[in-house]
Design a binder for this molecule. Structure first.
Ligand code: ZN
Ligand code: ZN
Length: 351
């Protein structure tokens, strides 16, 4: 049996470089030779045991690769083609997909998230892509692997915070947390036509990046109380859309406290435990507020659009890749990324 190297979840606290069999291709599947991939904040939740997955699972859900083998029933692709696949791999055919909720494919919450969750992921030499026709998105020749590396998850998720927040031209938007996803939400708010974008974080390098990607004002919560700062910046009016990109009670609540009546709280964070709504910040439930949540949109059409954005030059996410490792160095990469050492934003991993 042919084997390959892969990042394998063993137990909480341990993701190790292991050997796994190269997968056998079945119907509707494609085997991808992984060119470049990355580590996501969600993988760190898995590493820490905060999001449970089966021991022995290969982690990772952001592949750029080359088609190596094509299974029965997959038309329209050729061996050797360079493609990306979204972190979310919908079937494209179930009622939930056809209703526009690809991330909830099959009707289970987060059902479309398969890579590195319910099936082996892509921090490996090879990855098996399910529902290949719905998910393989060819990469235009002029774009490099690193240029499209943010499309499968970070860019798709961050932009969706702006899109589902239904930002209108001329809106005032606040984004709480400027990790990679929050930064992409900032870039998305700019693309959607917001004219005052306020980014909140506690790390100066990240706030610098926020400005580069479209923030008009930044608030370092370690120096200034962000709710007051945002209300001051908006003359007490509050924001039209508040985007939550961390997943804590504090940031969720701050979003509500800066939201004008009738505004939208667009939530991207992954919460654990209990989330509570303080009645005063929620206008006792009578403020016409909307709260929307989104899991990363996937599927090949989403990926095609995101690569169009990259190709257009309207957003430059290349500076988000701050560090590079080979797959052999994956444990070192996890250590750096999980502990946010050395100003890391995203790492590129090459098998
Ligand atoms: Zn992710
Ligand atoms: Zn489906």
């Amino acid at each position: 049996m042919k084997t390959m190297k892969a990042a394998v979840f063993v137990e909480p606290g341990r993701i190790v470089l292991g050997e796994k069999p190269v997968p056998t291709v079945g119907a509707e599947e494609v085997l991808l030779k992984v060119n470049t991939t990355t580590i996501c904040g969600t993988d760190v939740h898995i590493l820490k045991g905060e999001y449970p997955v089966e021991p022995g699972l290969i982690v990772g859900h952001e592949p750029v690769g080359i088609i190596d083998q094509i299974g029965p029933g997959v038309a329209g692709y050729r061996v050797g083609q360079r493609v990306i696949v979204g972190a979310i791999t919908p079937c494209g055919q179930c009622n939930f997909c056809l209703d526009g909720h690809q991330a909830q494919c099959g009707g289970k919450p987060m059902g479309g998230w398969r890579f590195g969750n319910t099936i082996d992921g892509c921090q490996a030499e090879y990855v098996l892509v399910p529902h290949a026709i719905a998910n393989l998105a060819p990469v235009p020749d002029e774009l490099t692997d690193e240029e499209v590396l943010m499309c499968p998850d970070i860019m798709s998720t961050g932009f969706s915070g702006a899109e589902n927040g239904q930002i209108k031209i001329g809106d005032v938007v606040a984004i709480f947390a400027q990790g990679p996803i929050g930064l992409c939400a900032t870039a998305g708010a700019k693309l959607k036509g917001a004219t005052l974008i306020i980014a909140v974080d506690g790390i100066e390098e990240r706030l610098k990046m926020s400005k580069r990607l479209g923030a008009d004002a930044v608030v370092n919560y370690k120096e200034t109380e962000p709710v007051k700062a945002i209300l001051d910046l908006t003359n007490g009016r509050g924001v039209d859309v508040a985007i939550e990109a961390l997943g804590t009670q504090g940031t969720f609540e701050s979003c509500l406290r800066v939201l004008r009546p009738g505004g939208v709280l667009s939530s991207l964070g992954v919460y654990s435990g209990k989330l509570s709504l303080p009645a005063d910040a929620f206008a006792a439930g009578l403020g016409d507020h909307k709260i929307v949540t989104t899991l990363c949109p996937g599927g090949k059409e989403r990926m095609r659009r995101l690569m169009n954005v990259v190709a257009s030059g309207r957003v430059d996410l290349k500076p988000l890749v701050t560090h590079r490792f080979t797959l052999d160095q994956i444990e070192e990469a996890y250590y750096l990324f999980a502990n946010q050492r050395d100003g890391v934003l995203k790492v590129a991993i090459t098998p």
